[in-house]
Design a protein around this ligand. Structure first.
Ligand SMILES: NC(=O)C1=CN([C@@H]2O[C@H](COP(=O)(O)OP(=O)(O)OC[C@H]3O[C@@H](n4cnc5c(N)ncnc54)[C@H](O)[C@@H]3O)[C@@H](O)[C@H]2O)[C@@H](O)CC1
Ligand SMILES: [K+]
Length: 466
């Protein structure tokens, strides 16, 4: 996993003060990182590279890049639509002028371009884009070229919000370290592949401590069985409470069994047609080690719910329970909650933390997750979305590995099943949420069929051979 920061200006400052680096040196490295990627992906000398530069230091990165690319490509177009403001941009521009490179005045005259580098705005975007800038970005997005965003796609602000439009990158090369603004759900549409550029000192030196992390494929710890002398009880007994919409609980039960739970029981009120390996019971068995509750619950007897919630074993809570006030009584203990945005809005309202709509939540996902976990530090919260956020107390993790293939009914039920399987097998709350989420998204990523066709059954099948 990699650390994520709210901002990196303080890390740049540390480089100047502690390691005697300076702005020019960092910028040279920023531009070098851009150059390296272009050279790797755009091979032919007669290719056209268009560099679009804004008024600040993001623009200065672009102007510096133009200098470094001179003689590497025959056609380098530099487009500077507005008067440069930052001292570094003016200095780099002066150098470029002395080298006699090509500036273009009218973007409409550019017909074919192999690579576009967006250096319009970086971390300094602090107000909505004007009409002219929107038009420029929309025009750039129309080109069928390899598109690189310098630091962050222009149009995404430092909270990760897109007010009007944004540059749609194939790759974002972010400077120094990962920033939180790159990981909102709306930013995901624009970021493309994400790479961190080293600015002249190693990551270990550049970065400070952080409580926020980006999860990576290599963080996944599958529940492989290392013991030789074991029996089914060694791997826990997961129970899934099946509600009115029975499919949800059935999917979760099946996912739990396939993810290694030694025993799985569906808690049902009537006999169901279930795979032979899923047991059925009206009551929780005495040897239960973990419970999944809430998916497809519908109307359920409150006393029975309380009885289940009062059982002293690990629990993952989903769906309909996020609309039940009684859940509040269980938030001061260790528990996993897996709401989607609408359910989280309900939860925030029940907890009297905020009365907000989904748009407000989505534009401030990290803030509300942190607010909730501050009030309930024992809860492990997994907020679903294009980028999943997992938070416990002051530690926050982002999983960006999900794809839109997962946007289907039943995907969340599989996730609850995977989580309860890991809880049953003795993973702690945080590790259960992290590893189940990683497994869930990686299976979807590996899916061989068309991305509209993934079913819960495919997910459960994929988990067998991840
Ligand atoms: N040490 C550093 O400062 C380094 C900075 N680097 C680059 O510098 C960037 C940050 O530079 P800046 O702080 O100059 O910020 P930007 O280059 O993102 O732009 C800030 C400028 O744009 C103006 N502006 C903001 N929003 C606007 C809008 N909507 N319409 C019109 N003008 C607007 C501001 O008034 C300011 O003049 C980073 O993203 C990164 O690319 C890198 O070179 C690495 C080192
Ligand atoms: K940019």
């Amino acid at each position: 996993m990699r650390k994520i920061f709210n901002e990196v200006a303080s890390l740049d400052k540390k480089c100047y003060e502690k390691f005697s680096l300076n702005e020019e040196l960092l910028m040279e490295h920023a531009a070098l990182a851009l150059k390296k990627d272009i050279k790797k992906n755009i091979k032919a000398f007669d290719s056209t590279v268009l560099i679009v530069c804004g008024v600040g230091n993001n623009g200065a990165d672009g102007v510096t890049l133009a200098r470094l690319l001179q003689n590497e490509y025959k056609n380098i177009h530099i487009y500077i639509p507005f008067e440069l403001k930052s001292q570094m941009a003016i200095l780099q521009y002066k150098r470029l002028k002395l080298l006699g490179l090509n500036f273009i005045k009218d973007l409409n005259k550019v017909k074919k371009v192999d690579c576009i580098v967006d250096c319009l705005f970086g971390s300094g975007l602090n107000k909505p884009l004007n009409e002219e800038t929107n038009t420029i970005i929309d025009k750039l997005n129309e080109f069928n070229s390899y598109k690189i965003a310098c630091d962050i796609p222009s149009g995404i602000d430092n909270k990760g919000v897109i007010k009007t439009t944004a540059f749609k990158a194939n790759k974002t090369i972010t400077m120094g370290a990962l920033k939180l603004s790159l990981f909102t759900d709306s930013a995901k549409e624009y970021i493309g592949k994400l790479k961190v550029a080293n600015l002249g000192v190693s990551d270990i030196i550049y970065e400070n401590d952080s409580n926020m992390f980006l999860l990576e494929k290599k963080d996944l710890k599958l529940p492989f069985r290392d013991t030789k002398n074991s029996h089914k009880g060694s791997f826990g007994h997961a129970c899934v409470v099946v509600g009115c919409k029975k499919g949800a609980g059935v999917i979760a039960s099946s996912a739990a069994f396939n993810f290694g739970a030694g025993l799985v029981t569906a808690i049902v009120h009537e006999e169901l047609q279930l795979p032979y390996y899923i047991m059925q019971s009206h009551k929780l068995p005495s040897n239960v080690t973990a419970i999944a509750l809430g998916m497809g619950l519908g109307l359920y007897d409150k006393n029975e719910l309380k009885q289940i919630l009062n059982t002293n074993v690990a629990k993952v809570i989903d769906a309909d329970l996020f609309y039940e006030e009684l859940l509040l009584d269980y938030l001061n203990q260790e528990i996993i909650l897996t709401p989607h945005p609408k359910e989280f809005c309900s939860l925030l309202s029940l907890a009297k933390l905020a009365d907000i709509n989904i748009d407000t939540l989505q534009n401030n996902r990290f803030e509300y997750v942190k607010m909730f976990c501050k009030k309930y530090p024992k809860v492990t919260l997994l907020l679903k979305g294009a980028n999943v956020i997992i938070c416990q107390n002051d530690k926050l993790y982002v999983n960006t590995l999900g794809t839109s293939a997962l946007s289907k009914g039943g995907s969340g039920d599989v996730l609850s099943g995977l989580i309860v399987a890991l809880l049953a097998q003795g993973y702690n709350y945080l590790q259960s949420a992290i590893n189940a989420s990683l497994a869930h998204t990686l299976v979807a990523k590996k899916f061989q069929g068309n991305n509209y066709a993934l079913t819960p059954k495919d997910l459960i099948k994929g988990i067998k051979s991840l």
